[in-house]
Design a protein around this ligand. Sequence first.
Ligand SMILES: [Cu+2]
Length: 471
Amino acid sequence: MITRRKFFSNAVVTAGAAALGATSVQGAEPARQPLENPEKIKGNAQSDQQDYPPGEPGKDYTPVITPNGSTLPYKVVGGIKVFHLIAEEVDHEFAPGLRAYCWGFNGQVHGPTIEAVEGDQVRIYVTNKLPENTSIHWHGLLVPSGMDGVGGLSQKTIEPGETYKYEFKLRQHGTYMYHSHSDEMTQIALGMMGMFIIHPRTPTGAKADRDFVLMSSEWRIDVGTRRPVPIEMTNFSIFTFNGRAFPGTAPLVAKYGDRVRIRFGNLSPMDHHPIHLHGFYWKITEMDGLPIPEAAQQPGNTVLVAVGQTRTVEFIADNPGDWAMHCHMTHHTMNQMGHNVPNLIGVRPGKLDKKVSKLLPGYMAMGESGMANMGEMGMPVPHNSIPMVGAPGKHDYIDMGGMFTIVKVRENLTSYDDPGWYENPPGTLASLASNDELQRDLGKIPDTKPMDNNMKMDHGNMNHMDMKHGG
Ligand SMILES: [Cu+2]
């Protein structure tokens, strides 16, 4: 049985080695260093590095999993891995009921994950089927300057109808990204990015049983429209993992005892995301693709993934259940709520509903006792929009949407298909307290009269002259 104690015992050993001197640590992890000294990456540096055959899935690496996405296929031509990205408009579904015309690659938003092995020579064709020029930047990769993809600076931009060729050797391993680097504000807001995973040529350390890739983004899609608004700076309404908003996000399934790796990337236009996992603590093993020596890997359960960053975490799935994993910014787990609705919490609508519904059939005041019921009410929503929050869960309605997904850990799994909802073992589920229990433990039955929404304020008799600030 794998325990957290065992998981962290290696860290203790490495920490001990660190105390003996820096050479011990370096000696312990030679392959964790980039193959090349970045100082040597100048011009076309292909000759200064050993040649490797193209890395093969299953032999040289275990492929990553991109929930709700896919991995870009390649073929080997003359020892070079050849990929083809097609930049194009995509009619993309964010969640059931919400679609929009985005820009992505190869029919997907975001683009498929590019996956290769350190030392591979890659040739990536980029065909532009968009109505404007583009270029692709390989975010974090150590490539010759002319392959870096910044429109105008690194290269001439790719005009509509043209296909450009990028070619370079992968001189590092880790979690990276790719994205448009022309008219960035528009093209990134419309979805033109993906993850770029490079496996180590000589893996060291524990192998991950489940290796997931999750890219965060945010969008403004006005209710009833079908085009994200690229000029938005603050008022985003859809928050996504791999281009999907909950309940459109696929769960991350693991077997009890699996070592799970999650590679987070964030190319949201404006916001950083603190991604939080329930039920476990992880160690941050990579920052922006660069490996963190084991003794320095910080444990935690929330990792801030700033715009432009990647963060890789690993944990042992030693706690069966259905576990929430989400951005902890509460507005980032909402769908199309609109941030300018009036605050009705504590407002007593009284007979207003009835009076207004005579004029507007179907009218209903919302949110006077919190907003949790807004998705659940199942009200008719405008064409092409999704409820503000949530989806039915096993026990009740789940009042979250947006950048939210579920990590499902099970014993005795025979496949990694969605195993459905977790069956709670007896005695491990929060439940309604009985009067006997309350009497026994609290000595009384608590007063359960619902809070008065009207805050007990009687404006009719209030003497404003007697009120004091802060009183
Ligand atoms: Cu967030």
